[in-house]
Design a protein around this ligand. Structure first.
Ligand SMILES: *Cc1c(COP(=O)(O)O)cnc(C)c1O
Length: 395
């Protein structure tokens, strides 16, 4: 099916129809165990943790979409990421992007350290800083691009080349862009990771994680770990992700178009101090993003003057939900300092530029003009509040 474009392959892939019945969606197989007809040789399926046909369909589809050898489905994005980290051993060292997802930060700093796996946080946009962090025991580079929540863009090809020179693996968290917009394996990465909770499923109704690897040997090692650690995705959830995937392209395209419109509106607004979004020409890695991805995605972040202004804005804005998460049909405003990055101590956060005046926006499928009107009114109310305060001071 390689000859079709991405949006067609979302629908017309190996699991387009069920070979047993012709059903146009993948059947949900609840069985935890499978009858074996031969005493010595078991069939393809023997036990649900090891392999299940519904989960396998999702694993096949994501592997094909990412251009990898094999896909793996986990009970959450963190389960996928944590299992991938088990490819490493005590004494190994990871070079990792400094504004990494909060849960990954917690795993690396509070769990892997107990197992003797070391790490160095770097600004991955600076290849020299990455080079300087390399140690004789560096075995993996961990990339998140665009990063969360500052939307910094890492050159996946440059990092992968550097990793190959020292025989280290490159992991890329592709949650923000998905294979609809970015294909890390084609750029040289070894392992692609996803929180399928976000854009891949897209409806804020399932928690799931995926991993895809490029080579067969690595596939065997990760498959062994998936079965060994056992944090597999349940079948109902696998089905929900499969369903969500069918509309990935239209959802992301629409959300991205609206995100660009919103980013331009915010960028021009006098009360907005800064907008972080790689579609804006002033974004420091605008060109890297253009060269390695088919678009900027539908997540952006912006800063107001201070935390008070932000609190006032969030209390006035009506359309987006104010919640943890991203990549859904509804727009989501999140406050990284207290949500995705709550696991990061304040000093670490500030050092990384994740200020208390920063808010992240994941743009959904609402009409962008409704969102702009809503944001505009919420921002205006801050201005009025400030005027009242100023008048109060002068009287
Ligand atoms: C949400 C998220 C994760 C964690 O995924 P869960 O499904 O919540 O476990 C990892 N990376 C990124 C970039 C995320 O946004």
């Amino acid at each position: 099916m390689g000859e079709y474009t991405f949006e067609t392959r979302l629908l017309h892939n190996k699991h387009k129809v069920d070979p047993a019945t012709g059903a146009v969606c993948v059947p949900i197989q609840h069985a935890s165990t499978f009858h074996q007809s031969d005493f010595d040789q078991f069939g393809k399926y023997d036990y649900g943790r090891s392999l299940n046909p519904t989960r396998e369909a999702l694993e096949d589809v994501i592997a094909e979409l990412e251009g990898g050898a094999k896909g793996f489905a986990f009970s959450s994005g963190m389960a996928a990421i944590s299992t991938a980290f088990l490819l490493l051993s005590a004494g190994d060292h990871i070079v990792i992007t400094e504004d990494v997802y909060g849960g990954t930060f917690r795993m690396v700093t509070q769990v892997l350290t107990r197992f003797g796996i070391e790490h160095t946080f770097v600004d991955m946009t600076d290849i020299n800083e990455v080079k300087q962090a390399i140690q004789p025991n560096t075995k993996a580079f961990y990339v998140e691009t665009p990063s969360n929540p500052l939307m910094k863009v890492t050159d996946i090809k440059a990092i992968s080349e550097l990793a190959k020179e020292i025989e280290a693996l490159t992991f890329v968290d592709n949650t923000f862009l998905t294979p609809a917009l970015q294909k890390p394996l084609d750029l040289g990465a070894d392992v692609v990771l996803h929180s399928a909770t976000k854009f891949l499923s897209g409806h804020s109704d399932v928690v799931a994680g995926l991993a895809v690897v490029k080579d067969e040997d690595l596939a065997k090692r990760l498959g062994f770990l998936q079965n060994g650690f056992g944090a597999v995705l349940g079948v109902q959830d696998a089905w929900l992700v499969l369903r969500g995937l069918k509309t990935l392209h239209v959802r992301l395209e629409q959300s991205q178009k609206s995100a660009i419109k919103l980013a331009e509106f915010l960028d021009a607004h006098p009360l907005v101090e800064k907008v972080h979004y790689p579609a804006l020409e002033h974004h420091p890695q605008y060109h890297v993003q253009k060269s390695q991805a088919a678009g900027p995605g539908a997540v952006l972040s912006f800063e107001l003057a201070n935390e008070d202004a932000l609190r006032s804005f969030v209390s006035k804005v009506k359309i987006p939900v104010f919640a943890v998460s991203l990549g859904a049909v509804e727009s989501i405003l999140s406050y990284p300092a207290k949500m995705s990055h709550a696991a990061m101590p304040e000093a670490e956060r500030e050092k990384r530029g994740i200020k208390n005046s920063l808010i992240r926006l994941s743009v959904g499928l609402e009409n962008p003009d409704d969102l702009i009107k809503d944001f505009s009114e919420a921002l205006q109310s801050i201005q009025q509040k400030e005027l009242v305060l100023q008048q109060g001071e002068s009287s």
